[in-house]
Write a protein that binds this ligand. Structure first.
Ligand code: SF4
Ligand code: SF4
Length: 499
């Protein structure tokens, strides 16, 4: 075998370097490097904020929690043969009930439509007002806020909580921590408990859960949701938003220079510093370096450092800073909702000027309008009767002793009404068609279908060979509701022998 020519020095050098690296204990280096990447969690003790945004957050929390906990208990009369729970995901019957809307498995496109609208609405709100979803309505934010309110109630505000954290274990500390965690666990259990009520009749399941007669899966679901609510809302808190949630990364694509974000206005605030004697602020900006915006932040960040991935746009730093500005008799808005365009253009006054109509907001709005209109139209014109037909393929047809030709069909009749219905079957486009329902001798092509059910029937249709147009004769099967005349039809064909 010919010897390979030596590589030029420039190419040999990297190989040598590689060999050097390979002799190093890679495992030890990696362990050390990976450890260096991790920072010990610094516990955050947010101070209670007061102001209009805090009040708005309390209101959103009250509304969202009330909807979540109470919605399964709302009743909606659908007649004696249907469940009367307003919102119900009935897995055994494969139905989703939402007030007057009832979605069947084959209508899953409605769910797709709802998801598209929800995603577009989230994109629209993010491009207009940044992370408003994260700051006000995200379940993680709402439950963390609730858990923090309990913590404050039991352990006190920020300073008292920091003191308690640093204090040695005592009876008082153990009692406070115990009470707090027990209340958190009760809230977590109620949260998990409320979730399962969406999947069965809430009053019945409530009694069954208490009397240990509920299905095993009910207890497992409540247990898993109790654990996750307690862990994510009570213990992990801001870590979920920073490290687990993908939305902060995705939102970068939604936000542009015209989106509202929580902004500190350095042009007005800097150079920052505490006031001198007699409140003198010679050469200083409006920021008095009081750190109030930092201590109220549930994410533990300083908004004066600029826009950050961790900021959930909860606006509590606005409330804190506005309170400080009031005390110093300065105009509010040193921290405010504003756009990057305003700030970078030097036009920022603390009062945001928003350009609502931008290409992306228009596109999101149009998509929402189109999908919403299609769904609404589909819901309004939704038939209560549906017919599906499968033609027998083996044999394609049978020639009977009298010379006539017969085909077999399977009918799937969907009665979406909450009442028993009789439907008559007729054939259009096939002269002299005779219908025989398999398993019945009465010769009547009438089918009775129970309320809210899909029923299957087998029929033979026959006609004289002379009536056929060829090997394939197109025809239509028509189903008519005998009570109200509603119709459903299905285009199919009739097979016969070659002429
Ligand atoms: S609350 Fe306002 S004044 Fe105080 S440090 Fe923050 S930005 Fe400055
Ligand atoms: S910086 Fe302000 S808006 Fe952002 S998370 Fe902290 S308090 Fe909320």
């Amino acid at each position: 075998m010919a010897e390979k020519p030596a590589a030029p020095a420039s190419e040999r050098a990297p190989a040598a370097a590689l060999e050097t690296v390979e002799t190093v204990d890679v495992k030890a280096v990696n362990t050390r490097d990976v450890r260096a990447l991790y920072k010990k969690r610094e516990k955050i003790f947010p101070r209670r904020a007061r102001g209009s945004f805090r009040n708005l957050k309390w209101a959103v929390m009250a509304v969202t929690l009330a909807i979540y906990y109470l919605a399964p208990w709302l009743r909606w009369d659908r007649g004696p043969l249907a469940p009367d729970q307003a919102i119900l995901i009935d897995i055994p019957a494969r139905r989703f009930y939402f007030f007057f809307i009832e979605i069947w498995p084959q209508e899953v496109y409605y769910i797709t439509g709802i998801l598209v609208i929800a995603a577009m609405a989230l994109f629209l709100f993010t491009s207009l007002a940044g992370r408003v979803w994260c700051g006000y309505a995200c379940p993680q934010t709402v439950w963390v806020d609730l858990f923090l309110a309990i913590e404050r109630l039991i352990e006190g505000d920020r300073t008292a909580r920091i003191r308690l954290e640093r204090a040695a274990w005592s009876l008082s500390k153990i009692a406070k921590r115990l009470v707090k965690h027990v209340i958190w666990l009760i809230i977590a259990a109620l949260t998990g408990g409320a979730w399962v009520f969406y999947f069965a009749d809430a009053p019945t399941l409530f009694v069954d859960l208490l009397t240990l007669r509920a299905p095993e899966i009910g207890y497992i679901t409540v247990g898993v949701l109790t654990a996750t609510t307690y862990l994510l809302g009570g213990l992990a808190r801001e870590q979920v938003c920073t490290f687990m949630c993908p939305w902060p990364r995705i939102q970068a694509a939604m936000i542009d220079e015209e989106s509202l974000i929580i902004s500190y206005h350095p042009g007005r605030g800097e150079p920052r510093g505490p006031s001198g004697r007699g409140g003198k602020r010679d050469g200083l900006g409006d920021c008095v370096a009081c750190n109030q915006c930092v201590v109220v932040c549930p994410m533990g960040i300083d908004i004066r450092d600029g826009m950050q991935l961790e900021c959930i746009s909860c606006a509590l730093c606005i409330d804190a800073c506005d309170g400080v500005m009031d005390r110093f008799d300065k105009p509010r808005g040193l921290i405010s909702y504003d756009t990057l365009a305003n700030i970078e253009g030097g036009e920022s006054t603390g009062r945001a000027r928003i350009r609502w109509l931008r290409p992306r907001t228009v596109i999101y709005g149009v998509i929402i309008a189109i999908v919403g209109s299609i769904m609404l139209a589909a819901l309004m014109t939704r038939p209560a009767l549906d017919l599906n037909v499968l033609r027998d393929r083996n044999p394609l047809f049978v020639t009977l002793s009298d010379g006539s030709v017969r085909n077999g069909y399977t009918l799937k009749i969907l009665n979406k009404l909450h009442a028993v219905r009789d439907y008559r079957l007729s054939v259009e486009g096939l002269p002299g068609a005779r219908i025989k329902v398999i398993g019945r001798d009465d010769g009547d092509a009438v089918f009775t279908v129970r309320p809210d059910r899909l029923a299957s029937f087998r029929v033979f249709i026959s006609t004289d060979r002379a009536n056929l147009k060829g090997e394939v004769t197109d025809m239509r099967l028509v189903l008519t509701d005998r009570q109200d005349g509603a119709r459903a039809d299905y285009e199919t064909n009739f097979r016969g022998p070659r002429r």
